[in-house]
Design a protein around this ligand. Sequence first.
Ligand code: FAD
Length: 515
Amino acid sequence: MSKPNNFVILGGGISGLSAAWYLSRYAPSTSKIIVLEGSSRFGGWIKSKRIGKHKILFEQGPRTLRPNGIGGSVVLDMVNKLNLIPSLHAVTKGDDAAKNRFIYYPDKIVKLPGTSLLSSMKSVFMNNFLLKSIPSILFEPFIKPARNYHDETIHEFISRRFNKSMSDILISALVHGIYAGDINKLSVRSTFTSLYNLEQNYGSVIKGLLMSNKEDFLSQQDKYLLKMINDENKELLEIIKNVSLYSFKDGIEQLSSAIVNDLKNKDNVQLKTNNQVTKLEFRGNVKIFTNEAVYEADHVISALPSRILYYILPEKNVLPHLDYNPSVSVATINLAYDHPKVLPIKGFGYLIPQSTPHNPYHVLGVVFDSNAMPLQDEPPRTYTKLTMMMGGHYFNSISEKDDFPKNEILLQQSIEILEKHLGIYSTPLYYLVDIQKNCIPQYYVGHYSRLKELHYAIKKHYANQLSVTGASYWGISINDCVLNSARLVLNILANSPNDVVTGLEKVEIQNEHYL
Ligand SMILES: Cc1cc2nc3c(=O)[nH]c(=O)nc-3n(C[C@H](O)[C@H](O)[C@H](O)COP(=O)(O)OP(=O)(O)OC[C@H]3O[C@@H](n4cnc5c(N)ncnc54)[C@H](O)[C@@H]3O)c2cc1C
């Protein structure tokens, strides 16, 4: 069997775009690369919009990137190669937005322990639930580890190794901030993978934190990739050392737009919007049917949500589990006030844990955008900008599209909550309200084992004709999505034609370490 030369990528979110970008850089120039996007724009959940007369920047999807880990390095390398460094806006480790994080529990805003010893001690001693966590941290190294490769919910894991209140309050708030998800359903193995790996390898999270080295859980291939990137970007990585989070002058969409612009300049790449893929057919090659045309490929990379891949496959039961995990919907309410000092506190924002007793509108958290990214709007006007997120797993019981709360209601609710939580009585000058439907995949317990079965089924039925990437599989952050597309493309290009690449081959690594 010869190596694939004609690639069709399904889905033009960050995963599909980055797969196309890596192919365009590393595949032979004779390769043909087509990206099929169903909607009228590229970027998927990345949506940075400028609103009103003053063109205020609002983020409806992701708003910040982290420079850490191998995913952080891979994205920074991409940012550098796309000449985006001059547009980079960073939160440095000394900024309020890096140091000050809050939760709302049980009925007030509480500052979480940060980088300063004094303020951390103050917040621990003033809050009983933080004080109660101290013994559980001290005793954690003495708790027997779970049996090998056992998966459980995040709640079970944290309660078992630390205590229930840490899980119910601190970790649940974090899970709302990342997954908008239910701590009682999500798999610890597939969401808090580094904690899981520490227990598996050191018998204790705390012992592991003290003894492990950053590269301990990287595969040989990742170590090689990281070294290559680090060598190429030495100066940049030195500068970025002090950065906690970053975005760009025009928001995160500047990244997806820069990839699109770069791909438009490549002769062997075709970018197609308004091409909703409806059906795949696997014969000698793969036929891809959209509402517009029929395309042919040697190899199809699906960067679609797994549930959509399930619907377009020719036979429904051949690939298992694609429709197992649900995705949650999140209401985003972006608000801008015509005054720089509306907020009573400075920081990144606050999260609300599942255990907060009174949360009638199911708020997940509030980001203080103007604290985190103060320079994304044009001077001399300065605004206070906030984004409230509501719903997530709390919206799971809503089955019909029309049953979601209306935008006017969500706006009223957010204003009421901000009065109560932060004492904000001003009226926003601009706002943008929307519900991002089915936007964050939820890796329920057993996700890893399901990926394993899926991997072998793709190998058996669609070997070398289909591979998968995207937020449905190995992590939802932009860093994860780009990293997994990079790994996939490098594997496809490096492997001998007889090695089958599915995008899920990590499940074959014997010691099952991964990050
Ligand atoms: C509100 C919110 C906040 C977030 N915040 C952050 C953050 O701060 N930092 C961070 O790192 N991550 C964040 N994330 C996560 C991250 O943005 C997403 O996980 C990531 O963008 C997913 O990218 P993707 O390409 O895998 O999927 P998607 O963005 O879903 O892309 C899939 C693409 O496929 C297209 N498509 C669907 N069906 C078809 C079809 N039949 N034919 C053709 N095309 C089709 C879709 O239109 C879409 O463009 C956030 C996500 C959300 C929703």
